[in-house]
Design a protein around this ligand. Structure first.
Ligand code: ATP
Ligand code: MG
Length: 194
């Protein structure tokens, strides 16, 4: 499961657990992006901090792990190349790439989508603003254009986003029950997102 995780929240964890259970996965690897994927103008946390927060958030779950493949990279990291590396490390394993419905909507604008789809099965989970029909339509389109292997998993929408969490922090509101308690403490101790 790739992401900026800026910060990681319960929506990420619930989705990952849901997919792991539905597909009976051995392991879910969280892949925080490196420093070059800043995507909005708000104050964002550095790669090392985002990596630390994901590590704290998944600490209790033996099925969850974290990879620094993208974080340690000097250049911009692209999913198609990250998947190559993961496949080398996990030779003989079937690889699923877990994303939310919003990411499925624009995955074909990522670098070399054909190469992404060749290397993994995409698993897309529900997210607010995207209906099941939207998802199925997109799945059909990507199947036609790229022969993409995509599984759509319907789950209750968890309406939590990192953008909203960063906003809440700027407004001095609590993020209790939106992020893991250790992540909340890390944010506070390091004065992030203010
Ligand atoms: P931001 O608001 O900064 O974009 P985000 O909440 O979307 O943050 P990301 O790190 O961008 O979090 O998300 C990583 C992956 O997790 C993406 O594929 C995204 O679609 C998915 N995801 C994030 N939050 C949820 C959620 N609440 N439910 C389902 N999927 C989610
Ligand atoms: Mg996002």
């Amino acid at each position: 499961m790739g992401g900026t995780f800026d910060p990681p929240h319960l929506g990420h964890l619930i989705s990952a657990q849901f997919v792991a259970d539905e597909l009976n996965l051995e392991e879910v690897i969280f892949l925080p992006t490196g420093n070059f994927s800043y995507k909005d103008s708000y104050e964002t946390a550095e790669a090392q901090r985002r990596y630390d927060m994901v590590k704290l958030a998944i600490a209790d779950n033996p099925k969850f792990s974290i990879s620094d493949i993208e974080v340690r990279q000097k250049e911009y990291s692209y999913t198609c190349f990250t998947l190559e590396k993961i496949r080398k490390l996990y030779d003989n394993s079937r690889i699923y790439f877990i994303i939310g419905a919003d990411s499925l909507d624009y995955i074909d604008s990522w670098k070399n989508p054909q190469h992404i789809f060749e290397q993994c099965t995409i698993v897309a989970v529900s997210r607010k603003g995207f209906s099941q029909e939207d998802l199925n339509e997109k799945r059909g389109e990507l199947l036609k254009r790229f022969e993409a292997d995509i599984i759509i998993l319907e789950m209750p929408c968890i309406d939590i986003s990192s953008t909203d969490i960063r906003k809440r922090i700027r407004e001095n509101k609590s993020v209790n029950y939106l992020v893991d308690g250790r992540v909340a403490k890390y944010i506070e101790d390091n004065n992030l997102y203010k």
